[in-house]
Design a protein around this ligand. Structure first.
Ligand SMILES: *Cc1c(COP(=O)(O)O)cnc(C)c1O
Length: 354
């Protein structure tokens, strides 16, 4: 810390992203990226758009929003495009949460919520998940609060049914943000509720299911008034938040959606096979609606298992907190990668004699 950092940020705890190692080739199952490359049209669109980089990007993302609106069956006015979906969370927390409408989210969820609340300086309450790490819906209904729920949730992979999400939205006086980063892999989307409720924001990302984590593209679907409020923040902060190449990539990806739906189906199939194999090996595997599995095994501590896999060239994610430290989170890769992962796991069980 320099002598110049202002007091407000002295205690800031940053989000710790999963490793992106550069020294060695790993099988990377640690940050929930897609194991498949973007569709062919994406590379072509990016290359073409590179010729226009002298000009600022379109702050309205007109073409991208039109393509996405048509795909989702919503109006362009219901969409806000952002630099990754993390940016929407920033706009939404800033616009809709304060001391009078504090944030609530589960104690086991995406770690970024807490970090962002700290940055913005909004009070938050973490509602305890139950002994199975499931969200308890009754904790989120009632009152004037800003609710944030990842559905399906991370790092557990568990999801709440649409009827439950609907009840939470209906019975809350504040804004409810449903983070659907993983919805392409399972669970029920809250998108049909956007028309019905003026306090619901659904956020999605091209990072996981659309193989575009490096492009940084996310979006919000909400009632027009909420989108206008968040747009005001965007124009105050960074009007050109989505760059030209990313917008072009997004349009191409929407056009080639069939490719991605095929990939998601393969990932779901590989997930179920991997889960069955892990269960066979004595693991407890949470039922997952995502592109990852949250697992633990009696006699195998999370940190040790993580380190042993790393030694064998496989990266997974370990969270060193009281409730999560016995687990690891494993992103579903290609079926070949998962075979390698299962072999390594068998070796580790044998080596450790557990
Ligand atoms: C990965 C992830 C995001 C962020 O995605 P970006 O669009 O890459 O910023 C948001 N929410 C959850 C729950 C995630 O796991």
């Amino acid at each position: 810390m320099s002598d110049y950092l202002i007091k407000k940020y002295a205690g800031l705890t940053p989000y710790v992203p999963g490793e992106q190692p550069r020294d060695r080739v790993f099988i990377k199952l640690n940050t929930n990226e897609s194991p498949f490359p973007p569709s062919p049209g994406v590379a072509a669109a990016v290359e073409k758009e590179a010729g226009n980089l002298a000009l600022y990007s379109d702050p309205e993302c007109t073409d991208l929003r039109a393509a996405l609106a048509a795909k989702l069956g919503v109006k362009a006015e219901n969409l806000l495009m952002t630099n990754g979906s993390d940016e929407i969370l920033y706009f939404a927390f800033s616009a809709f949460a304060d001391r009078e409408r504090p944030l609530v989210f589960p104690d086991v969820t995406y770690g970024f919520y807490k970090v962002l609340a700290g940055l913005i300086g909004v009070p938050y309450t973490e509602m305890p998940t139950d002994e199975t790490l499931a969200v308890r819906p009754e904790d989120y209904a009632g009152g004037r609060r800003t609710v944030v729920l990842a559905n399906p949730n991370a790092p557990t992979g568990l999801s709440l049914p649409l009827s439950t999400i609907g009840d939470i939205v209906k019975n809350n006086d504040g804004v409810v943000i449903v983070d659907e980063a993983y919805i392409a892999f399972g669970g029920e989307s809250a998108l049909p509720l956007v028309e019905k409720y003026d306090n619901l924001i659904v956020t999605r990302t091209f990072s996981k299911s659309r193989s575009m984590a490096g492009a940084r593209l996310g979006f919000a679907v909400a009632n027009e008034a909420l989108i206008r409020d968040m747009n005001a923040l965007k124009y105050a902060q960074n009007p050109y938040n989505v760059n030209r190449m990313t917008a072009a990539a997004g349009i191409a990806a929407i056009r080639e959606d069939g490719y991605y739906l095929g990939n998601c189906a393969r990932i779901r199939e590989t997930r179920e096979k991997t889960a069955a194999a892990l269960t066979e090996l004595g693991f407890t595997v949470l039922p997952s609606d995502t592109n990852f599995l949250f697992i633990k095994r009696h006699g195998l501590d999370g940190a040790g298992y993580y380190a042993a896999l790393r030694d064998k060239g496989i990266l997974v994610r370990h969270f060193d907190t009281a409730r999560l430290k016995s687990h690891v989170r494993v992103t579903i890769g290609t079926s070949g990668q998962m075979t390698r992962f299962l072999e390594a796991t068998k070796e580790i069980i044998k080596e450790k004699e557990v």
